[in-house]
Design a protein around this ligand. Structure first.
Ligand code: AMP
Ligand code: ZN
Length: 138
């Protein structure tokens, strides 16, 4: 547990939350400023600042839980689609520096903008980008 980390305190149950699920590794809560009806967060019980710090077991288990939550929430809420979002670093929109996965139910014409407008592929050299990443994946 990290001192002064609000999500450590929520995950631990020290600060109350609208909990949807809990086990040894995770707590799932409703977001306090929901982007849509049912917007929830999967919090790890262990403090990881971001995905870079996370161990492999937690990283794989978090997506198994995300799938289970997405199915249950879609059935319960009757949403028409679902976004799973996870921000790392201030520039990427992270505001709470304790790993969390956003579960965002989507509804027809809900007007939510996730701002992923693509640029032209010619703005980047895709061959160079592929080469530098492939090097790190060896
Ligand atoms: P991010 O910008 O990815 O770091 O997301 C942080 C999310 O945590 C935002 O959607 C906030 O609305 C949410 N949040 C912050 N404090 C709380 C809290 N005490 N309980 C529930 N959700 C919170
Ligand atoms: Zn924490």
């Amino acid at each position: 547990m990290e001192e002064n980390c609000i999500f450590c305190k929520i995950a631990d149950g020290e600060i109350p939350s609208k909990t949807l699920y809990e086990d040894d590794m995770f707590r799932v809560i409703l977001d306090i400023n929901p982007a849509s009806k049912g917007h929830a967060l999967i919090l790890t019980k262990k403090h990881f600042k971001n995905i870079y710090e996370m161990d492999n077991v937690t990283a794989s288990e978090v997506f198994v839980l995300a799938k289970r939550m997405a199915k249950a929430m879609t059935e319960a809420l009757g949403c028409n689609g679902f976004n799973i979002v996870q921000n790392n670093g201030e520039v990427a929109g992270q505001t709470v520096f304790h790993f969390h996965l956003h579960l965002i139910p989507r509804y027809t014409n809900d007007g939510i903008q996730l701002n992923m407008e693509g640029k032209e592929a010619k703005d980047y050299n895709l061959d160079d980008i592929q080469a530098i990443i492939l090097q790190k994946m060896r």
